[in-house]
Design a protein around this ligand. Structure first.
Ligand code: PMP
Length: 431
């Protein structure tokens, strides 16, 4: 291929040192050396617009997080077996954001990754219900541990699901009428609950990312999850909201994705943007649900909730709240989708523009009437934008849905630049 010699060498070295399981983005991989706000720079000093990285939600290399981490690292970094005021301040501030049962009487337990958070949530759910069945959406991703990989169908057929795991279709709001989706999903979940009961597993939990990130980014309808929660509760299962992607303001309406659906989860799991890049993740759980687990088992996580992780999380949450980033990113997200919807009048290939806040999915099709997924076009657009130094990716089981998910500090000028480059790339797509 037309890769520079140096890039080729680095790819080979990476393969040799890191092994075969890692994947790179883009036909021409990017070497990033520096970031600030929503911008990234490569080794040659070229500037990129980052429209993809949600972890650095308040912006790359945020000075407040950097200072908090630096200062704490110079003072103390130890674990949760000592009394520490910082973790309590943060837990209190975090719990106050949930409302519902978790907010009224809940606890926060800290981990280092979203996978660990989901793993812990499931262990608690299994313990609390005495059942082991888990229901997820068809292309869900919930983590890389043995347990969570076992209920992450997006890893593919070579990563087998647990025999106690059942799947339901994602709420495809492009192909089904939105009014029916809640009832449909609840009925699908009920069928799987019945099957789990027939097999003697019963239902421990339904776990869902309310933005359906790896299923294809479905932000609407928000009437979707309430009927599902009802069916899950009736079967004695727990409702686990996986907010690893949709939490901390990503949806631009509420701090938490599940709040848009007006539901009251038993456990909330979170991670990714929680420390703006510093590894910190957590679960928030209704007291009653974790009571039995906590009295019969101890929980310790060497790095989870250490002083530096808490310092990063505290600075990040403070900035999100002080700068009103939920509302601001909501407005920018709407501008972005309006702009893309306008392009749809020129480019037949755009089948659907959807999302909430700064989480946008653009479904590309080869036939608008038939809604035929067009994966080749999505690959071309993602790589075309990369050549224009704008970073996004694609998702969904056909990988035909552009996934646009920038830091929450994306501004109007960035929307303009994004739309200009997107139009440029669409115009040059092979017919
Ligand atoms: N849940 C969801 C919805 C995720 O998107 C991810 C990460 N992509 C995880 C869980 C796992 O998080 P981590 O990579 O921090 O283990």
């Amino acid at each position: 291929e037309g890769l520079a010699h140096e890039t080729r060498q680095m790819i080979d070295k990476r393969m040799r040192l890191l092994g075969p399981a890692y994947r790179l983005f883009y036909q021409t991989p990017v070497q990033v050396v520096k970031g600030s706000g929503v911008l990234l720079w490569d080794a040659e000093g070229n500037e990129y617009l980052d429209a993809y990285n949600n972890v650095v939600s308040i912006g790359h290399a945020h000075p407040r997080v950097a200072a908090a981490v630096h200062e704490q690292m110079q003072t103390l970094c130890t674990h949760t077996r000592y009394l520490q005021p910082g973790i309590l301040k943060y837990a209190e501030q975090l719990l106050a954001t949930f409302g519902g049962a978790v907010g009224v009487a809940g606890h926060v337990m800290f981990t280092c990754t979203g996978s660990e958070a989901n793993d812990l949530a499931l262990r608690i759910a299994l313990h609390h219900t005495g059942k082991r069945g888990i229901i997820v959406t068809e292309e869900a991703y919930h983590g890389n541990s043995h347990l969570t990989a076992g209920f992450s169908p997006s890893l593919g057929i070579s990563s087998p699901l647990g025999t106690w795991v059942r799947q339901v279709p994602a709420p495809d709001s492009y192909r089904f009428s939105p009014e029916e989706l809640g009832r449909k999903m609840a009925a699908d979940v009920q069928v799987q609950i019945d099957d789990l009961q027939r097999h003697g597993d019963g239902l421990a939990a339904f776990i869902v990312d309310s933005m359906f990130s790896s299923d294809g980014v479905y932000g609407h309808p928000t009437s979707l999850l309430a009927p599902v929660a009802e069916v899950v509760r009736k079967a004695g299962g727990l409702f686990i909201a996986d907010e690893v992607q949709s939490g901390f303001g990503r949806t631009g309406e509420k701090l938490w994705g599940f709040q848009r659906h007006g539901i009251d989860p038993d456990i909330v799991t979170m991670g990714k943007p929680m420390g703006n890049g510093f590894p910190v993740a957590a679960i928030a759980v209704r007291s009653e649900v974790v009571a039995g687990f906590g009295s019969s088992m101890r929980y310790f996580n060497t790095f989870g909730g250490n002083n530096v992780a808490i310092a990063a999380a505290q600075a990040t949450l403070d900035v999100i709240q002080e700068e009103d980033l939920v509302r601001k990113s909501g407005r920018i997200g709407r501008l972005l989708r309006e702009g893309i919807a306008q392009l749809a009048s020129q480019f037949e290939i755009i089948g659907d523009v959807r999302g909430s806040g700064l989480y946008t999915g653009v479904e590309l099709v080869s036939d608008r009437a038939l809604k035929t997924p067009n994966a080749a076009a999505a690959t071309a657009v993602v790589n075309g934008l990369r050549q224009r130094r704008v970073l996004i990716s694609a998702t969904g089981n056909h990988a035909n849905i552009l996934k646009i998910r920038p830091p929450l500090v994306f501004g109007e000028q960035h929307v303009d630049r994004f739309l200009t480059e997107l139009e440029y790339v669409f115009r040059r797509l092979p017919k």
